[in-house]
Design a protein around this ligand. Structure first.
Ligand code: 3PY
Ligand code: MG
Length: 264
């Protein structure tokens, strides 16, 4: 197994574009899978998706370009094992606050001796046989989210966790953690925190990622040295596209109606 997104992040040659999947819908998932994104992330934490939906979405993504990641609901080794066994190639773990928590996430992703993942890769072994076991430890991506004040305070040590592949910023929770109004992405405290997280990734030699509420935020992050960013979600692509079409049909000025607020 070769993880396309992880290879991009490691080589740092090009920005890695992701799409966020919040909807438990096969058709929208198949559409997004064919647009050329480098990775998609199925969101079990805030998306309207549960494990049984995921079991249908992953086969719909098989054989398409994007690397399939899952944001798990929490740093739970049991859930991490189950999503990996369902055939996804990495996890994004929310609210990682300490190096111990980061080490626990990594351990859940790696077979012994590097970790404690239990062996039963149902879907991957069906597709790849035992070959999967030889490559899984180096090809499964483990990403920790930094989105609290405690996580930020510990960011250097978290980034240095052996086996961790990247840090991913949750901008809205980070605003809450910093005590600035949600969505204040130009607040100096937020900008300083983002810089600190990016620098911790550079120092540790791992990838820096940013949840992008829209394509402009994502573009700014990628231009600013981040390796990967989600540029939007299925839900907001649908909503924004419908809004734009409706506005255009009514002859409204797009600039006036463009959404200023981030949306999920
Ligand atoms: C955040 O903004 O905190 C996120 O986790 C995005 O889903
Ligand atoms: Mg968050």
């Amino acid at each position: 197994m070769k993880n396309h997104a992880l290879t991009q992040w490691r080589e740092r040659r090009e920005p890695s574009y992701g799409a966020w999947l919040n909807l438990p819908d096969l058709y929208t998932t198949e559409c997004i899978a064919r647009l050329g994104f480098d990775w998609v992330c199925i969101d079990l934490q805030h998306g309207l998706i549960d494990y049984s939906h995921l079991l249908a979405l992953v086969p719909a993504l098989s054989g398409t370009k994007p690397t399939v990641l899952v944001r798990v609901t929490s740093n739970d080794a049991g859930q991490i094992g189950r999503v990996l066994d369902a055939g996804v190639h990495g996890v994004i773990v929310p609210m990682v606050n300490t190096p111990t928590e980061a080490a626990s996430a990594v351990s859940a992703c790696r077979y012994p001796p590097q970790g404690t993942r239990s062996c039963g890769p149902m879907r991957d072994s069906m597709l790849e046989g035992f070959e999967y076991l030889a490559t899984a430890n180096s090809q499964i991506a483990c990403v920790a989210m930094i989105e609290t004040r405690e996580g930020l305070a510990n960011v250097k040590a978290i980034a240095a966790t052996p086996g961790l592949d990247g840090l991913f910023i949750g901008p809205m929770d980070l605003c809450y953690g910093l005590g600035v109004a949600p969505g204040s992405f130009d607040d100096p405290a937020f900008i300083e925190a983002v810089e600190q997280i990016k620098q911790a990734c550079v120092d540790a030699g791992i990838a820096a990622g940013m949840f992008g509420y829209n394509a402009a935020l994502s573009r700014a992050a990628l231009a600013d040295g981040f390796q990967f960013s989600s540029i939007g979600s299925d839900a907001n692509f649908l909503r924004d596209g419908a809004q734009r079409a409706f506005d255009t049909a009514r002859g409204l000025d797009e600039a006036k109606t463009a959404k200023a607020q981030p949306s999920y």
